[in-house]
Design a binder for this molecule. Structure first.
Ligand SMILES: Cc1cc2nc3c(=O)[nH]c(=O)nc-3n(C[C@H](O)[C@H](O)[C@H](O)COP(=O)(O)OP(=O)(O)OC[C@H]3O[C@@H](n4cnc5c(N)ncnc54)[C@H](O)[C@@H]3O)c2cc1C
Length: 459
């Protein structure tokens, strides 16, 4: 597995962090996708209890009709989910079913709701996870099973034989912890190559529709409930979530057609205003842009459709043989990553002439790291370098700790300390430390909302 940046540096660290069937896909009649997602939710809850956990949602209803409709839909959601799953120790993992609430009970659950405007609410169960940490845990597990995972290994070309069939790739080492030197190409031979580059695919470009999705993170003052809030339809017909995450409130997302696959897309002014304005009626006070502690954007790579809005495009995955010996994976969701991988690996085995073998991944355990989200102790950073391939400040502060995604200013203020520990561990100079601090400062500035600048603590 070759990754040009760090594990999960693309879309996979910028999701809404839900392992979910997707209530809105039910409304769109995508029963197959919902059923598969709920099955994978049960598998993940059982296999990765340190990284995935149940969360309860509340959905406000503004009329009796809306409440009845929600109740019916969420009963169906309950019924599509496997009743129980078992974790590695054989313990049963059961999610409580959906429930109707009166207006007064709804306000008790989510104090920002105004009882006067409510007919009641419905609560239901889903699951939440830490996306980047799950990716890092997956890489660790792959290595423990004898696989090879390399971050900072960019595929720059594919090699073909005389017939045009792909027989391998050319890789360039982009390790940020090495001094600048001549670029060297390494050839990797393979019977089949899988292009799983998401929004950045070059081979399946015409089959991909890009959609931007942005989130803002509000400080602890805005967390007044252990429930998450789902607003099923904003005035312009979109879904909005407000989810407690590591003691802060994650609000998102937008869904806007995009043309460019940027590596670090930035939230626009319009997206920021949209998110703050639409969540304001559900909070104890109106959030201002200075209340935003982090703001980030991801790019969905969806299976292209007939040109309608991206919010209506399917979240199912597709596996396309874009050239002989090359499979491109397009679309999909984090929730169904394992099922997608199972499908891709079976297709790759077939394309590479290997005998079919049943997948074992549904029962492979993934160990979670039970440190808090902003943990950056020196010993912990050293462990991230030795065991989890951290090579630069962003690897530590964005993906192994989630501090950049939670509080960009706090992350920036820790960058020198993190760079110094990394330099000690990797044998690097003070000039490297200074360059890392500058580079991380530029990155962190992009995680502040438009119009807001960070501190100069780190410079
Ligand atoms: C705003 C938003 C919210 C979402 N919320 C959810 C959610 O709550 N639940 C859910 O289930 N799903 C969610 N999704 C969907 C989910 O995040 C994506 O389906 C998933 O992360 C896509 O993973 P990926 O590996 O295909 O793409 P990516 O994570 O982008 O990975 C592709 C990788 O390929 C690497 N790469 C590119 N070119 C090369 C090269 N030449 N050589 C080597 N490496 C290369 C990139 O660096 C990148 O890391 C959300 C998506 C968005 C945008």
């Amino acid at each position: 597995m070759l990754e040009r940046g760090d594990f999960a540096c693309g879309t996979s660290s910028r999701s809404t962090k839900l392992v979910h069937g997707g209530v809105r896909y039910l409304e769109q009649g995508r029963i197959g996708l919902v059923r598969e997602s709920l099955r994978e939710r049960a598998t993940l809850l059982a296999n990765a209890p340190g990284l995935v956990h149940p969360i309860r949602f509340v959905v406000p209803a503004h009329s009796r009709w809306e409440r009845a409709k929600l109740r019916l839909g969420l009963r169906l959601y309950d019924r599509l989910a496997p009743m129980h799953s078992r974790d590695a120790l054989g313990r049963q993992v059961t999610l409580p079913p959906s429930r109707t609430l009166t207006a007064a009970d709804a306000v008790a659950v989510w104090p920002g709701l105004a009882a006067a405007e409510l007919s009641g609410a419905v609560t239901f169960s889903d699951a939440q996870f830490d996306d980047a940490r799950l990716a890092v845990a997956l890489a660790r597990r792959i290595r423990s099973l004898g696989g090879v995972t390399l971050n900072y290994a960019e595929v720059v070309a594919v090699d073909g034989d005389k017939t045009g069939r792909i027989v391998g790739v050319q890789v360039v080492d982009r390790d940020p912890a090495r001094a600048a030197r001549r670029v060297r190409f390494h050839a990797v031979r393979a019977s089949v190559v899988v292009d799983a580059t998401g929004a950045f695919t070059e081979f399946a470009r015409r089959r991909v529709a890009l959609s931007r999705g942005s989130h803002v993170v509000l400080g602890p003052e805005f967390v007044r409930s252990d429930h998450a809030l789902l607003i099923p339809r904003t005035e312009d017909g979109r879904v909005l979530f407000a989810i407690p995450w590591y003691g802060r409130l994650l609000v998102g997302t937008t869904d806007l057609t995009s043309d460019v696959a940027e590596r670090e897309p930035r939230m626009s002014e319009a997206e920021l205003s949209y998110l703050l304005a639409h969540i304001a009626p559900y909070l104890h006070r109106e959030p201002k842009r200075t209340d935003v502690e982090s703001a980030w954007t991801g790019l969905r790579a969806l299976l292209a459709g007939d040109g309608g809005p991206t919010s209506r495009l399917s979240r199912e995955h597709g596996v396309l043989e874009t050239r002989a010996g090359l499979l491109s994976v397009v679309g999909g969701k984090w929730t169904t990553y394992r099922a997608t991988a199972e499908d891709v690996v079976s297709r790759a085995a077939e394309a590479g002439g290997l005998p079919p073998a049943p997948s074992r991944t549904a029962s492979i355990q993934l160990d979670g790291d039970d440190v808090s989200a902003d943990s950056t102790s020196r010993d912990w950073i050293r462990r991230m370098v030795r065991e989890d391939s951290a090579r630069c400040v962003a690897d530590v502060l964005a993906r192994r700790s989630r501090l950049l995604f939670l509080d960009a200013r706090a992350a920036e203020s820790r960058s020198r300390e993190v760079a110094e520990v990394l330099a000690g561990e990797l044998g690097l100079t003070s000039a490297w430390v200074d360059e890392q601090v500058r580079e991380f400062g530029r990155l962190a500035a992009g995680y502040l909302p438009p119009g807001i600048t960070g501190t100069d603590d780190a410079s």
